[in-house]
Design a protein around this ligand. Structure first.
Ligand code: AMP
Ligand code: GLY
Length: 415
């Protein structure tokens, strides 16, 4: 099987590594890729924002399956363009990607499908905004309706700040605050059948102790020793299956990765958000633990061939990933610094997120630079592997959180 993977981050590096392990894979092509991916796949430089250019590349390479990493090409209709050219694609159509592309659309689908989520109002005017904020009270949750690259959501006690953020977007969703641990749980869907992956947890705040601004994600771990035993079954039954059924009933079946961001509240599980693609950095802990051949799995999903009784095969090992971020991330990341000391130690992998080669030297090229994953028999060992590997890497001014999976590891040892 020949695969073309779209994207250039840590998620795509982890996807590439997992696809490469599938014995059915014969060729792995990636566009645009990055220096880490280039070491394990053939990278192509094209404009991935141009659907026709991606279709042409897939046709030239005789590709059997296109796997789309990021949300932007999906929202731009890449899956539709591939479908028109009869090329199987793992990733939803433009219409189905609206589950991530519009918070208001996601709320409507959840409401029609009976999926539990925060109560919300969609607002356009200052009067509507103030009314909605006062209906729920603090802490205020304000979400810009469209794709916002992680900058669209503000959670604040400050009413004036909430109004200011709301007025920056034409349409906003204002919703009740959900209290409780957050879990990311991914479903692989062929449009009618969904297979759930194991849960992972992401650390969204920039600094230790969940302080500082929101980021794209500073680290993750899986599995979650503290999570309820039935979390996968419950999420399938209450969230993933009804959503996929609703999307099919609307004539816009969801084919691809349905990312459910969940809050486990005292009143039960609630959906915080949907994404239409693999999460980053959750992918960097999930895929190293997945034994099921990934290329075959994603091909089945792209061609409507999943069956509900399929079981994924997971390693019993735990995985922890720690993101090395540039100086100034997330506000104003400083790039172009040389990176030294990347060694793949036993039990660890280094996934490139924002790197580039300049004059033969590996340099930082984004806010999140590397995702360093450690694997071990429990979270303590996995953390140890990840932190050992990251401590050898030199990148001037960089920072990483020192408490990824720390509380979960302590609780696990206590059991
Ligand atoms: P999102 O961009 O939708 O992933 O939201 C970013 C982060 O904002 C989430 O991971 C949560 O930590 C927080 N958040 C979003 N919605 C809510 C909510 N209704 N209640 C509490 N926190 C929320
Ligand atoms: N880990 C958060 C995201 O991928 O959106």
């Amino acid at each position: 099987m020949k695969i073309l993977l779209i994207g250039s981050g840590g998620r795509e590096h982890a996807l590439a590594a997992a696809l490469n392990r599938d014995p059915e894979l014969t060729e792995l092509h990636v566009t645009p890729g990055n220096p880490g991916i280039a070491a394990i796949a053939t990278c192509h430089t094209i404009n991935v924002d141009e659907n026709a250019a991606v279709v042409a590349l897939a046709q030239k390479l005789n590709i059997d399956l296109v796997v789309v990493g990021p949300e932007k090409p999906l929202v731009n209709g890449l899956a539709d363009a591939l479908k028109a050219a009869d090329i199987p694609c793992f990733g939803p159509s433009q219409a189905a990607a609206q589950l991530e592309g519009s918070k208001d659309f996601a709320k409507k689908v959840m409401s029609d499908a009976g999926v539990p989520t925060a109560r919300s109002f969609t607002c356009r005017t200052q009067a509507e905004i103030e009314k909605a904020l006062d209906a729920f009270g603090a802490p205020y949750v304000v979400k810009h309706d469209g794709l916002a690259a992680g900058k669209g959501v503000v959670v604040t006690e400050d009413r004036d700040l909430a109004i200011e953020h709301a007025l920056q977007s034409q349409q906003v969703v204002i919703e009740e605050f959900l209290d409780g641990p957050e879990v990311s749980l991914f479903g692989i869907s062929d449009g009618t059948t969904v297979i759930a992956m194991q849960p992972a947890q992401d650390f969204k705040r920039a600094f230790d102790g969940d302080l500082g601004p929101n980021t794209g994600g500073m680290g993750a771990y899986s599995p979650l020793p503290w999570a309820p035993d039935d979390i996968i079954e419950e999420t399938l039954e209450k969230v993933l299956n009804p959503t996929v059924k609703e999307m099919a009933a609307r004539g816009t079946p969801f084919v691809g990765l349905l990312y459910a961001g969940l809050a486990l509240t005292s009143k039960g599980t609630r959906v915080i958000e949907f994404n239409a693609r693999f999460g980053d950095p959750e992918t960097e802990v999930l895929l190293p633990r997945l034994n099921t051949p990934l290329a075959q799995l994603l091909f089945k999903a792209a061609t409507g061939a999943l069956t509900a009784n399929m079981k994924l095969d997971w390693s019993a090992d735990s995985a922890v990933t720690v993101v090395l971020a540039s100086k100034g991330y997330p506000a104003s990341p400083q790039v172009g610094e040389p990176i030294m000391g990347i060694h793949e130690l036993e039990g660890s992998s280094v996934f490139h997120a924002g790197t580039t080669m300049a004059g033969g030297v590996l340099q930082s090229a984004g806010g999140r630079v590397l995702a360093v994953t450690g694997m071990g028999s429990d979270l303590t060992e996995a953390r140890d592997k990840a932190y050992r590997a990251i401590s050898r890497i030199t990148l001037r001014g960089s920072h990483f959180r020192s408490d990824i999976a720390l509380n979960a590891a302590i609780a696990e040892k206590g059991n």
